[in-house]
Design a protein around this ligand. Structure first.
Ligand SMILES: [Zn+2]
Length: 232
């Protein structure tokens, strides 16, 4: 049996209330968490998982859709506390998660920093510092397009590059659902690419959005924006 739970993780950023949506997939015996929040989010995500009746000790895998700090920020803390959890990420994205390659987001932020006017440099530097402090983590299973993340083969990997080069989304055929990560965000009840300013390859990101929209699904779960149900 395949089932999912969408988490609502609320927090304040610059005084504005924001929400992110990690997802829990229940596939047979497996409990799989998709993305795990900013650095220092371990306890609030644990609380939210428990609220949904799930024991964190029962989580078997965490899938990281891509290297950004709002998706993998708490990964090292999760694995430190629950070492049995296996980490899954896209083949191409993996070296940025393990720290073998420098975070592309940090590279981008450092480049951007040079162009910032003086009054914004401090804010820019703080952002760079947050990215530098993201702790890398080992990846146990590297996946490619068409691979399955679960033993029952109910959750298929879709490579959706653009936002980052090795970004992945997940296709749950049985329940006609795609978990988008940041390949699509929900804004004003529309699926769009994530903030173009943070998109490393715009053309690829547009193509990836088109790719996931072409699937026979009726539900998209966006990390930013939540659940979108299509009319058809
Ligand atoms: Zn994000």
């Amino acid at each position: 049996m395949l089932n999912i739970k969408v988490l609502n993780i609320e927090y304040q950023f610059n005084g504005i209330k924001e929400t992110i949506h990690p997802v829990i997939i229940f596939s047979g015996e497996e409990i799989i968490l998709i993305d795990c929040g900013y650095p220092d989010f371990l306890s609030i995500i644990e609380r939210e998982i428990q609220k949904n009746g799930v024991d964190c000790n029962a989580i078997s895998k965490i899938v990281i859709t891509h290297q950004d700090h709002d998706h993998m920020g708490s990964l090292a803390d999760f694995i430190g506390k629950y070492p049995k959890i296996r980490v899954i990420a896209g083949n191409y994205e993996t070296p940025y998660i393990t720290g073998d390659k420098k975070s592309l987001r940090l590279k981008q932020a450092e480049e951007f920093q040079k162009t910032l006017p003086v009054d914004q440099k401090e804010f820019g530097e703080q952002f760079c510092e947050i990215l530098r402090n993201v702790r890398p983590c080992n990846v146990d299973i590297k996946v490619n397009d068409g691979d399955f993340i679960d033993i029952n083969e109910e959750c298929e990997v879709i490579e959706t590059p653009g936002h980052t080069p090795g970004h992945i989304s997940l296709y749950l055929r049985k329940i006609k659902t795609i978990i988008t990560g940041d390949s699509a965000v929900l804004e004003n009840n529309k699926l769009v690419i994530a903030n173009p300013q943070f998109t490393l390859d715009l053309k690829q990101a547009e193509d990836s959005l088109e790719k996931i929209l072409s699937y026979d699904v009726n539900t998209f779960i966006c990390y930013h924006g939540g659940v979108y149900k299509s009319q058809s």
